[in-house]
Design a protein around this ligand. Structure first.
Ligand SMILES: Cc1ncc(COP(=O)(O)O)c(C=O)c1O
Length: 328
């Protein structure tokens, strides 16, 4: 869906109208993909608007910037406050949050050092990523003909714009071939991840997911699902997964900030398990949605509430019902 193009964008500490938040076409990032970014979500819970794992997202942004030698003078608290301030300035109840750090305008050439390191925070409404029905019905995916990045080429642990050139190839191929998503292998032929999601399989009641060394992004949803699965008593193992293990798994699901927890019902037209959401996927989905919707105690301290007056009401024991709460 096209942007409605309303609201304010945070640019280097200033709130700028959406239409004025522009950069020069000769900015380094436009030519060389020199940006790192984040994708987080703020949910409208019955106890008020809350960002999910905002600290982990902003920490990963700082780490991505560190890998690319981009220094931006804002600490973790500064980043978190900037996000909260931008949500408040736009009076949003729920939104997708996109902070980005990029090499700006000075001169062009591969050497980025003369170009300033600039930053922005953009917010917009983003519903279900893989289709409204996919959360229950599951989606149909293919193994991509493109591999994820080889080790020591483009760093997979940095959430950099450059990595999404590869993701774009995977996604376009999948859509062109009639699937909703592509799952990529790493250069050794082991399962890596989707174009924008981490992947899990379930076999004989146990849960497996590729390790960080399989060229994946260290997903914050992945980490949350591992934690919730262990809370529920499931064994979770991070291990190399051969391609064919996907086809014979009892359940497969993908996770990510955009995709949340989405079941996979077929891969390369091979039916996975019963061809619909499996019971363990459903249990993990429920556990995840209960946390993000504020319906269970936040035992892992994953939620950061946005509006102080709502926390005051919470403390007084009269939680307001927010209109438009995430409908799940
Ligand atoms: C390539 C890739 N892998 C995994 C993920 C999941 O990461 P997270 O759960 O932190 O959103 C994303 C999401 O941005 C991604 O783009």
């Amino acid at each position: 869906m096209a942007f409605p193009g309303t609201g304010k964008i945070w640019m280097n500490g200033k709130l700028v109208e959406w239409k004025d938040a522009t950069i020069h076409v000769a900015s380094h990032v436009v030519h060389y993909g020199s940006a790192v970014f984040e994708g987080a979500r703020c949910y409208a819970t019955p106890k008020g608007s809350a960002c999910f794992r905002l600290d982990a997202h902003m920490k990963r942004l700082q780490q991505s910037a560190k890998i690319y030698r981009m220094e931006y003078a804002l600490g973790l608290d500064g980043w978190m406050n900037a996000v909260l301030e931008t949500i408040r300035a736009n009076a949003m109840k729920s939104c997708y949050i996109r902070p980005i750090v990029y090499r700006g305008y000075d001169s062009l050439g591969v050497n980025p050092f003369n170009c300033p390191v600039d930053a922005a925070i953009i917010l917009w409404d983003w519903g279900t990523y893989l289709g409204k029905d996919a959360l229950e019905e599951g989606c149909d995916v293919k193994i991509a003909s493109w591999s994820r990045m080889a080790p020591n080429t483009l760093p997979a642990l940095a959430k950099s714009a450059a990595n999404y050139a590869n993701s774009g190839l995977i996604k376009m191929e999948a859509l062109t071939d009639g699937y909703s998503e592509g799952i990529a292998l790493d250069v050794s032929g082991e399962v890596s991840e989707g174009s924008g999601q981490n992947i899990f399989i379930v076999r004989d009641g146990a849960i497996f997911t590729p390790p960080l060394s399989s060229s994946i992004l260290g997903g914050i949803t992945r980490d949350s699902i591992i934690t919730l699965a262990r809370d529920l008593g499931f064994a979770v193992t991070e291990t190399s997964i051969p391609r064919e293990a996907l086809y014979i798994a009892d359940e497969v699901f993908v996770v990510g900030t955009a995709a949340e927890v989405t079941p996979i019902r077929s891969i390369d037209r091979i039916r996975i398990g019963a061809g619909r959401r499996g019971p363990i996927t459903e249990a993990l989905q429920r556990a995840f949605f209960d946390v993000i919707n504020g319906e269970v105690p936040d035992t892992h301290a994953w939620l950061t509430y946005v509006y102080p007056e709502e926390s005051t009401l919470r403390a007084a024991g009269s939680a307001p019902r927010i209109a438009g709460a995430h409908a799940r």
